[in-house]
Design a protein around this ligand. Structure first.
Ligand SMILES: Nc1ncnc2c1ncn2[C@@H]1O[C@H](COP(=O)(O)OP(=O)(O)OP(=O)(O)O)[C@@H](O)[C@H]1O
Length: 233
């Protein structure tokens, strides 16, 4: 079943008199349960595409359908619900709330979503049992990223959108985080989209899409998919 369907998407940015074409005629289909890695150099449109899928930025034309919802047709209220319920975000900079504990950071998201998972179960799944009462400043970068993944996963999203999730981490910690993302994909059947400029990450994907100058340059099934364990820097 298709969980994400992107059809003929165009997006421009206006700055002063200049119009910049950030996305041109994007077509992508993602099936439920896939791990899709979207690669491309800086400026190729990766974040623009991810933000459009996440309902953060509007597109100019075309359609993005997630979990049978056409994002462009949602009212503001429905869009808030969509961002709360259907998609989870993981960013390079963890964006945790500094004066809330690990537990509270996760609880905050759980409280605003309709059907959240058990917080202790999620904390266990991300390997943070025993650290519930710590504050973000008392955690390593990798542990903070685990909290941000737990926060995204606790609302049981259909789609996990990861923007350079290992961009700020060393290679050993990066591999652990990729393994965790893989575990979320398998255990919770969460479809995962990872955008990155790191070529190494593509080996764990079952689909690899490359963007160039705002266009899909290639979109192929990875015949040599490895586990996240097999990602080599
Ligand atoms: N708000 C904006 N106003 C004008 N141009 C923008 C805006 N946001 C992005 N752009 C331009 O759109 C293009 C695509 O940007 P985007 O951030 O999607 O690229 P990216 O592939 O994610 O890059 P990076 O890997 O550096 O994050 C870039 O040329 C960028 O300068």
């Amino acid at each position: 079943m298709s969980i994400l369907s992107i059809n003929g998407v165009h997006k421009t940015y206006q700055s002063g008199q200049t119009t910049f074409q950030a996305l041109t005629d994007i077509h992508v289909e993602v099936e439920e349960g896939e791990i899709v890695v979207i690669l491309g150099p800086s400026g190729s449109g990766k974040s623009t595409l991810l933000n459009a899928i996440g309902g953060i930025d509007a597109i100019d034309s075309g359609s993005i359908v997630v979990n049978k919802k056409n994002i462009g047709r949602l009212s503001d209220r429905e869009l808030v619900d969509y961002r709360r319920e259907d998609v989870g975000f993981v960013f390079q900079m963890y964006n945790l709330i500094p004066n809330l504990t690990v537990y509270e950071n996760i609880e905050l998201t759980a409280n605003i979503s309709r059907e959240s998972m058990s917080i202790p179960e999620v904390i266990h799944a991300v390997g943070l049992s025993g650290m519930e009462e710590r504050f973000p400043r008392e955690l390593s970068g990798g542990q903070q990223q685990r909290v941000s993944i737990a926060r995204a996963v606790v609302k049981a999203p259909k789609l996990l959108l990861c923007d350079e999730p290992t961009g700020a981490l060393d290679s050993v910690t990066s591999k652990e985080i990729l393994q965790l993302i893989e575990k979320v994909n398998k255990e919770f059947n969460t479809t995962v989209l990872i955008i990155t400029h790191n070529q190494a990450i593509k080996s764990m994907a079952n689909r690899v899409i490359t963007l160039k100058d705002g266009k899909v340059e290639s979109d192929f099934v990875n015949e040599h998919q490895t586990s996240a364990e097999g990602v080599e820097w």
